[in-house]
Design a protein around this ligand. Sequence first.
Ligand code: FAD
Ligand code: NAP
Length: 500
Amino acid sequence: MALRCWRWWHWSACPGTRPLSAGSSSRSRAPLGLGVCQQFSTQEPSPQICVVGSGPAGFYTAQHLLKHHTQAYVDIYEKQLVPFGLIRFGVAPDHPEVKNVISTFTQTARSDRCAFHGNVVVGRDVTVLELQKAYHAVVLSYGAEDHRALEIPGEELPGVFSARAFVGWYNGLPENQELAPDLSCDTAVILGQGNVALDMARILLTPPEHLEKTDITEASLRALRQSRVKTVWIVGRRGPLQAAFTIKELREMIQLPGTRPILDPADFLGLQDRIKDLPRPRKRLTELLLRTAVEKPGVEEAARQALAPHSWGLRFFRSPQQVLPSPDGRQAAGIRLAVTRLEGFGEAAKAVPTGDTEDLACGLVLSSVGYKSRLIDPTVPFDPKLGVIPNVEGRVVDMPGLYCSGWVKRGPTGVIATTMTDSFLTGQTLLQDLKAGLLSSDPKPGYTAIEALLSSRGVWPVSFSDWEKLDAEEVSRGQCAGKPREKLLDPQEMLRLLGR
Ligand code: FAD
Ligand code: NAP
């Protein structure tokens, strides 16, 4: 309540200016600038908005709201103790440049009108209805926390992992630290041909010394150093024209030191004539695939490939049918693939089984057929089939004041830039509704009310300045090994470091 009164006061008093990214503690919210008073009526309460999830969608939505409404306050709730979602727990450790967006998110989190509350599981520690009562608007940006199941026999066998779990393991997601994938086998099979599949193939085959200076966890690096995986098959149910990965990631695979690509020229028959009609990105990707599959490499490249101790291959027109058990039934020992042919053309072509099958022996199966959002609160509409919150331009259907952005809004595809555009659009929709008077104009308590609820339930949120302490600790632990950071893996240890 004290915070609410203070906010009313500073609006009418309109003291000196304070820049948005003042770098102060995320809990201290300073008075706003003169421009604010000129733009907005002092009669209206300061909009209190909360965002659920601190991945790119959450941060980009917050950024848009703070930039385009100079009186709005944004609280970001996050279930993990640490921010940034898949930027920290998804993006591959050998792609550090992708993580540069963290500095923009940090600017947003340090704003006087923004606060981060980690260690709060929305749907468990606080309900969406409670958030709606405390805020003028709630934006659900909680991503896609599950994986899409293959729904084939043997999927539950040891040796079969979802991409989400495997990626979480090498990226330090606390819940995946017990994964212990057995890398003592000769062959791994990755099901699905998206960029996540290529990320995992690359991590499995990159010479470990090349990963030593990344933020990969020490435990997974140790396992990768002892890995005996020599061949990785990346399996797609459709053909080269439907592969979901992009050219940059494919080129990286083709150039991966110590490896050679295996592509079957038969998969590319007749493609040469169709290339000219393809949209440009697909055209360039197909040209690269075709060159790799059918052209003889130059002398130097041929020598490099001949010496390569590892290989990776793209297996097209194969749909997973069954994970084959070892003779004692205790472990995955292979995968049965249904041979397919395509019905229809281009992106929309469907894979149809021909009736033939092929068995591939392998000791590790990584299922990379996509992530999936879950329902976190029964009061929120959810489409279980599409795995999204039904919405129109980010407005959750039949739920005034409730919005969504990112993967939970449009499904688990799209890069960070797509998520940014999408989140800005949700922010814009929300501000339009605010301007049109569609949201409550009563003053709202915001975090003051939620903090009291959380503390009565024994939940102790982690602030952005707490995260900055953990961040400094990680950076310092990484320094001696020449790594950008050594990630903290144990939430209990993190809380101890924060004196909790
Ligand atoms: P997320 O990033 O998943 O963020 C959701 C957040 O919500 C998480 O922090 C989660 O902990 C939190 N949350 C979940 N449930 C709750 C709850 N109940 N209460 C509170 N908080 C909750 N894109 C690129 O451009 N380049 C890349 O190199 C790249 N690599 C990728 C690698 C992988 C393995 C994956 C899966 C994706 C990658 N992407 C990449 C895509 C990019 O990560 C996504 O576009 C983006 O992260 C989606 O953002 P989001 O905020 O919707 O979801
Ligand atoms: P994705 O791009 O949607 O790829 C999923 C793959 O799984 C497709 O090949 C798909 O084939 C296949 N698949 C789906 N269901 C299947 C089934 N039942 N059986 C067999 N195969 C099935 O998903 P993703 O790889 O998880 O990536 C998610 C998003 O993150 C993408 O937009 C991606 O670009 C992005 N990302 C980007 C980067 C990067 O920029 N470096 C890195 C990682 C991820 P069909 O096409 O036949 O359905």
